[in-house]
Ligand binder design. Structure first.
Ligand SMILES: [Zn+2]
Length: 266
C-alpha cells in the first residue's frame, strides 16, 4: 500500500509542479522560429568567434572550444573545461546560448565538479540497487526509496542552482556582448533582448520541471520494481502460473509509465 501512495505522490507532484510553474512544452518548441531576429543575429560572427569573444569579455582564457555539427545541444563539460557548440545556424537564440555555456565555465569549480561526479554516481547507484533488488539481494525497499529521495534532493538543488544561475546571467552577458559589438540598431537590440527574456521566462521553469521530473522518475521506476516484486510474491501464493505473474507485473509497470509520460508531455 505504501508504494501505491509513493507512486500517487510522484504523479501528483509532477502535475502540481507543471501547473504552478506554468510549464508549456509546445511554447518551448515554438520559441526558436523568428526570421526577422535570425537576420539580426546573422550579422554577428560565426559561433566559435562569438564564444571566443564572450570568454574574452569574461576574462576566461582557460576554456577549450569545440564545434560539433551533429549535435543540437551546446554544453559545457566541467571535467575537461570544454565548451561544445552545437550546429546553431539561423538560430536567433545563439548569442544567449553561447553566453549560457560561457557563464557555466565561470561558475564555482567545486560546485561544477561536484555536480558532474555526484550525478554520475547517482546514476550508477540507481542502476546497481535496481539490479540487486530484481535479483532479490536487496529486500529493504523503503530504505532505498528514502536514499534515492535524499540523493535526488541534493542533485536537484545543485544542478537547479547552476542552471538557473547560468540562464539568468546569460541574458545580461548577451546584452553586454551585443553592446560591445555595436552591430545592431537600438530598436533591433531591444527586439532581440525582449525575445531572450521570453526564452528565459519559459525556459527557466521548464528546466526546473525537467530536472525535477527526471529525478522523480528514477524513484518512480524503483518503486515500480518494488511493487512488481511484491506482486510476483503475491501471485506466487495464489497462482502457480509464471507467465500470468510476469504479464501482470509488466502490464502494471507499462501502464504506470505511460501515465507519467502523458503527464510530462501534456
Ligand atoms: Zn546549462
Amino acid at each position: 500500500m505504501e508504494y501505491i501512495v509513493i507512486i500517487f505522490l510522484i504523479i501528483m507532484s509532477i502535475i502540481v509542479f507543471k501547473i504552478v510553474f506554468k510549464v508549456r512544452i509546445k511554447e518551448i518548441k515554438r520559441v526558436n522560429e523568428n526570421k526577422e531576429l535570425e537576420e539580426f543575429t546573422n550579422k554577428f560572427p560565426e559561433n566559435r568567434k562569438v564564444t571566443e569573444e564572450i570568454l574574452d569579455m569574461m576574462e576566461n582564457k582557460e576554456v577549450t572550444i569545440e564545434e560539433e555539427k551533429d549535435t543540437k545541444t551546446s554544453l559545457y563539460i566541467a571535467i575537461t573545461n570544454k565548451i561544445i557548440i552545437s550546429d546553431m545556424k539561423n538560430n536567433y537564440g545563439r548569442i544567449q546560448t553561447i553566453a549560457h555555456e560561457c557563464v557555466h565555465s565561470c561558475q564555482d569549480r567545486t560546485l561544477l565538479l561536484f555536480n558532474f561526479i555526484f550525478a554520475n554516481l547517482n546514476n550508477v547507484y540507481f542502476l546497481v540497487i535496481s539490479i540487486l533488488t530484481l535479483c532479490s539481494v536487496i529486500h529493504n525497499y523503503m530504505l532505498q526509496i528514502s536514499i534515492l529521495t535524499i540523493l535526488f534532493l541534493i542533485e536537484f538543488s545543485v544542478r537547479g542552482f547552476l542552471e538557473v544561475n547560468a540562464m539568468t546571467k546569460s541574458r545580461f552577458v548577451a546584452e553586454k556582448y551585443i553592446d560591445k559589438k555595436n552591430i545592431l540598431l537600438n530598436s533591433e537590440k531591444e527586439k532581440l533582448l525582449k525575445e531572450y527574456d521570453k526564452i528565459n521566462n519559459v525556459g527557466i521553469p521548464f528546466t526546473l520541471f525537467y530536472l525535477f521530473s527526471k529525478g522523480l522518475i528514477k524513484i518512480f521506476i524503483y518503486t515500480m520494481i518494488a511493487i512488481i516484486i511484491n506482486l510476483i510474491w503475491f501471485f506466487n501464493i495464489i497462482s502457480k502460473n509464471k507467465t500470468c505473474k510476469l504479464i501482470t507485473g509488466f502490464i502494471f509497470l507499462f501502464q504506470s509509465y505511460n501515465i507519467i509520460i502523458k503527464v510530462y508531455k501534456s
